[in-house]
Ligand binder design. Sequence first.
Ligand code: NAD
Length: 549
Amino acid sequence: MALNTVVLEEVSLREEVRSLLARLGVEEMLANSSGSVAQSASAELQVHSPITGEVIARLPQPSESAAQEAIEAAHRAFLVWRNVPPPRRGELVRALGEELRSGAAELGRLVTLETGKILSEGLGEVQEMIDICSLAVGLSRQLEGRTIASERADHRMMETWHPLGVVGVISAFNFPVAVWSWNAALALVCGDAVVWKPSEKVPLTALAVQALFLRAAAKVGGVPEGLCAVLLGGPRLGELLVDSPRIALLSATGSTAMGRAVGPRLARRFARALLELGGNNAAIVCPSADLDLTLRAVAFAALGTAGQRCTTLRRLIVQESVYEDLISRLQQVYRSVVVGDPRAAGTLVGPLIDERSFAAMQAALEEARSAGATITGGERVPVAGAGGALRHAARQAGYDAFYVRPALVEVAAQIPVVKRETFAPILYVLKYRELEEAIALHNDVSQGLSSSIFTLNMREAERFLSASGSDCGIANVNIGTSGAEIGGAFGGEKETGGGRESGSDAWKQYMRRATNTINYGTRLPLAQGVSFEIEPAEGGATNGSPKPE
Ligand code: NAD
């Protein structure tokens, strides 16, 4: 396989996309659209595949009034759905999981065509959706509340959890479908409705998921119309969700800049916010680390999804005694990793999502270079082969594909560019002497998503996981920063937004809590020993005046 050129297959992406959408039931859904895909068109959305840059679909974007109507319909559906017993709500999610299983190959391939992820990662994303459905089905029979000791005789105190309302989901391009499922599978069993605004860069996979959802709903029966809706378009539609009083919880995944825009708007109307924003993830490599294992883990974490995961490893902090050994081996990996057509077996690094992403990568590398960094890789990889003709046609239309060799960047200190998230395959490498220094470097960024330490020394590992260790929402030992399982709560601290999705007790965010106190006695003792005795008024009525204590 050629290393310095990308050889593209000559297959019409547009034709393949059309066939995948038909197999996933999208054409049928659009033909009989019942309002769950807000369609009353105000503008057209052009969808490009990053594989060639060509336009693979054109879709209508809903008008604002169509979007508002979808939100209203979701609210009406919520009023019905909240009264359906949770295990029955779980049946819908079980059916969704089955649809995802039977459509996994097609949906996984569509993820690849639309995002440029390699096929194994496209399929992995669908597997993640299936896994969260399984978790949510189990949860539907386990939603629970505490009983808490009451200080008053003959009283019982407990918590009950009720459905919350309509959950708005805004998602990023890099996980076009999994993020929706983390939210929707939980929200649906919790009794909520869901309105989703996927990234405008990847609307086709969202349409496919909506078609699978509607198939599941039809099979299960009794699902109120509009329970899950999708709005295809740009930030303006996201803003409608942010500002709508009908949206009780907004789960927004994307850049910290997006979070900064939506956070204050949500706070203004006291809406619940679940923010999953940018990361700047680091790993510390200690002298005792198993370097073979570390090399493999670093390669997946830094190169997977072409460096376009929120959990991508972006900073590697290596103890000086193992620095030369590890970095020279990593340089070899960076020089030889196969950059290419994400559909081809053997490719590990596909294209960047678009030209903006390529420009941001080049600007970051230039900034590092002028600060004295040593850079391996980072250059654009040209496209050749029969598929070059398709790319040529895309270029004629003003679009292009952007393949890059990942960059390994050795820096002497944590200069400003290292502290920013550049959403591209750049791994900054720093050297340390003492673990305290490494942990300080690790935490000295404004993001707080994922982190790792590679060590066989128990004291170092525990120190990293302790209160004075990593300040991230995810902290791992001897595995990389990316590739989390759905059973744990996912999310990060600081400018990553503080949200938690997926497993553990993340479900509680999709419900409202009521504290109930029940008196089953004949007296009325007041909490904290307060006395409030009223005199019976003449004629048996009370005068309501408090008795002095
Ligand atoms: P982005 O911020 O450009 O867009 C994300 C989504 O927000 C899109 O749907 C977009 O239309 C919408 N949006 C943008 N501005 C908005 C506004 N003012 N109001 C309402 N909606 C708005 O992000 P992207 O380029 O699609 O994705 C990459 C970013 O997402 C990276 O920073 C990455 O770290 C982050 N990300 C975070 C997580 C996580 O779980 N923490 C997961 C995936 C991606």
